[in-house]
Design a protein around this ligand. Structure first.
Ligand code: BGC
Length: 739
């Protein structure tokens, strides 16, 4: 009895307390602003917050300042000591979550509305664990690897307080003199589109608000890679047709994959600078593609409209960029300084200002910043270089190194053999991280010499031989002695990390003469020569090829350079990379790329009289230790209607005794069309492991409009009826599109 009375009282008390609680809750709810309610929709939260903001608060949301110091010397912006608590975003050049959180606390606790700051950073090919540079990643033909590398980068960056990366860079680049060719995915719009989607997915995951995901930023919108003569920041000449068929596709793919933001580029597009270009920033991006995130200018790009001759002064620059569709002003503070006056003069509309702020807030809400504004302050070793990340970095490095020559099957080497490892790259750590290294450290890198020492059982003699440049030959003799005492010479030459990247244009793509002379001296010893080439751009490798038995393009492979190289040299890895960018025969051929249009004069078109007219290594070139044969290209129908589907199949046989991965690249050709088209266009690729002696069928499911269609100069996608060629591995089939 007593027991049941107690029970009744407990129930009554619980009911009273519940109704009091829910009453409090209800009262609290009515008082709590909608924007603070995580259960409300993002759009409702944005509208509510926007309705509470003053003009100054809005303008600060559209401003980005810096905090800390960059690792790239082009942007040594002064750290803003007195950052306002209402600032929209900071480029945060640190890996110190404590500093970042202090700044965030100021925003969340001291500003009137408590809007968290968005912390951005250039996380381009890794944060602390470095992956190969993007151009190398493109040679893997493995978008899943690209996705995973971006996932690791996102995890490491997130754990240090980064919310937003200025990546992926999806500028199509066909001029290897341009240093930034290294930051993108090569010369082909389709390949760049696939990798772009993979990178966005890797950074953003399925849910931007989840832990370890960061917002992506597609850059540099658009056509920056068309820089004349490969000189950085200079004007470009891009026709509307080329804009649509070459430069815009990767951006469209990234937008459709949900990229939160884009960055407007520095350059001038045929008379209209990208940062003041309403057509691309508003008509295409927002009106046609429906992007609902925001555009940030490149560094100081709004002010640069004055230097470019588009705006008469800073105020006009702010007006032009803002009205064109650049929502956030990176570092030059012109929006905050000039938009109030421009609004009062009626030159900037309040509705557009609200739309811009809405876009920035939308991304902040989607990131979950209002719920989780602070980064965890775990010890550094708990944030990066996890064993699985480092293992992935090694696999990625091995999968991106392109075997360009393997005379007489000299590779793989017997791990028992004695090696002389020489050249400026042999002992260097810095070279492997490449440019744009976020918080990477040279000391984390495993050198080529260390990798080989660990993996090979024979004796390893190391010597630098020579520097990257200059005239000093005093190290030659010691290196040559090592070569004489060894079975094989591994010569490690190429470009330094800082020779590609932003503001790293070069007038030639040669390797400095001292290194070529060193290689020739090694070759003259008479031992087999395996040459490893570092670099962030296609290089003139004529003399390298002539003076080596094997050539492996290792690019800037990242933290795990040494183990990846060693694994390839002894056959633990079977090379499977293929060039995603053409290697010219010499600088004089630039620009040269596979998907050019035909000229009228068959046979004599585009020929040089003094050098060969074909590139040294074409797009898609790359050897394996296995050999493959393509057979039986078939179409399940040789006619298709525009709405129909057709599947092309090819059998790929591994004719060797070694398992190997093969990337199968499918091209199409439209032989005649009113808007003439490239001689070959990549439309699909797939990579699979084919066991020794076995064959596999690869399929390309053709959607006529998507894969055979083209785009006109207004961006309209269309499909001509008539004949098309389907091409794979030297085979060709004819497909007819019938009405
Ligand atoms: C580069 C961008 C980079 C930005 C921020 C600029 O100079 O062009 O690619 O994201 O700086 O560091």
């Amino acid at each position: 009895m007593k027991k049941s009375m107690t029970l009744i009282w407990l129930v009554v008390a619980a009911v009273i307390s519940f109704s009091l609680d829910s009453d409090c809750f209800a009262r609290k709810r009515t008082k709590e602003p909608v924007y603070k309610n995580s259960a409300a929709s993002v759009e409702d939260r944005v509208s509510d917050l926007l309705s509470r903001m003053t003009l100054e608060e809005k303008l600060l949301q559209l401003s980005q300042y810096t905090l800390g110091r960059n690792t790239v010397e082009n942007n040594l912006g002064e750290a803003v000591r007195d950052v306002p608590a209402e600032i929209g975003s900071l480029i945060y050049f640190g890996d110190d979550a404590v500093l970042r959180n202090e700044m965030q606390r100021k925003a969340v606790e001291e500003s009137r509305l408590g809007i968290p700051i968005l912390f951005g950073h250039d996380v381009i090919h890794g944060y602390r664990t470095m992956f190969p540079v993007p151009l190398a990643q493109a040679c893997s033909w493995n978008p899943e690897m690209v996705r995973k590398s971006c996932t690791v980068a996102a995890q490491e960056a997130y754990s240090c307080g980064v919310d937003w990366t200025f990546s992926p860079m999806v500028d199509i680049a066909r001029d290897p003199r341009w240093g930034r060719i290294m930051e993108g995915y090569g010369e082909d719009p389709y390949a760049a589109s696939v990798y772009c989607r993979a990178a966005v997915k890797g950074y953003q995951g399925d849910d931007l608000s989840a832990e370890n995901t960061i917002a992506a930023c597609l850059k540099h919108y658009v056509g920056y890679g068309a820089s004349e003569a490969g000189r950085d920041y200079v004007p470009t000449e891009i026709s509307d047709q080329t804009l649509w068929d070459t430069y815009l596709p990767p951006f469209e793919a990234g937008v459709k994959a949900g990229a939160a933001t884009l960055m407007s580029a520095f350059h001038n597009i045929s008379g209209t600078p990208a940062t003041g270009n309403r057509y691309i920033l508003t008509e295409v991006l927002k009106e046609k593609w429906g992007h609902d995130g925001f555009v940030v200018s490149d560094w100081d790009a709004v002010r640069q409209l004055v230097n470019q001759g588009m705006a008469k002064d800073a105020k006009e620059a702010a007006m032009i960029a803002f009205n064109a569709g650049v929502e956030m002003d990176m570092v030059d503070d012109l929006y905050k300084n000039h938009l109030p006056e421009l609004i009062s003069e009626g030159k900037v509309r309040m509705e557009q200002l609200d739309d811009a702020v809405r876009r920035v807030l939308r991304i902040k809400f989607r990131l979950g910043l209002f719920e989780h504004p602070f980064a965890s302050e775990t010890p550094q070793e708990e944030r990066y270089l996890f064993p699985e990340s480092v293992a992935l970095a090694e696999e990625a490095a091995a999968e991106t190194m392109v075997l360009l020559k393997n005379e007489g099957g000299i590779l793989p080497l017997n791990p028992e053999c004695n090696l002389a490892v020489a050249g400026p790259v042999a002992l260097s750590r810095e070279v492997h991280n490449g440019n744009w290294i976020a918080r990477a450290r040279a000391e984390d890198v495993i050198t080529v010499a260390e990798g080989l020492e660990k993996e090979f059982k024979g004796r390893i003699l190391t010597a630098e031989g020579c520097g990257f440049e200059g005239d000093d030959r005093s190290g030659f003799e010691q290196a040559l002695k090592a070569v004489r005492e060894s079975d094989v010479a591994v010569v490690c030459i190429g470009h330094k990390a800082g020779w590609s990247g932003e503001n790293c244009s070069r007038s030639t793509i040669e390797i400095p003469q001292i290194q070529i002379d060193f290689l020739k001296a090694v070759k003259a010893v008479g031992k087999p020569v395996v040459t490893l080439v570092s670099g962030g751009r296609p290089l003139d490798l004529r003399e390298v090829v002539d003076n080596s038995d094997a050539v492996l393009m290792i690019w800037h492979p990242g933290t795990m350079a040494g183990p990846a190289v060693a694994g390839i040299l002894d056959g633990r890895y079977n090379p499977s990379a293929k060039l995603a960018v053409t290697f010219p025969y010499s600088t004089g051929q630039i620009p040269i790329y596979y998907n050019r249009r035909n000229s009228g004069r068959r046979g004599t078109q585009g020929l040089y009289k003094d050098i060969q007219s074909e590139p040294l290594f074409e797009f898609g070139y790359g050897l394996s230790y296995s050999t493959f044969e393509y057979r039986n290209l078939t179409l399940d129908s040789d006619k298709v209607s525009p709405e129909g589907k057709v599947t092309a199949s090819v059998e790929v046989v591994n004719t060797s005794s070694r398992d190997g991965q093969q990337a199968v690249l499918w091209f199409i050709r439209d032989p005649y069309s009113l808007i003439t088209r490239p001689v070959k266009e990549l439309k699909f690729f797939e990579k699979k492991m084919i066991p020794a002696g076995e064959s596999m069928v690869f399929k390309f499911e053709i959607d006529p409009l998507r894969d055979l269609g083209f785009v006109d100069r207004t961006g309209r996608k269309y499909l001509d009826s008539g004949e098309y060629r389907i091409m794979v591995g030297g085979l060709e089939a004819v497909l007819e599109v019938v009405e």
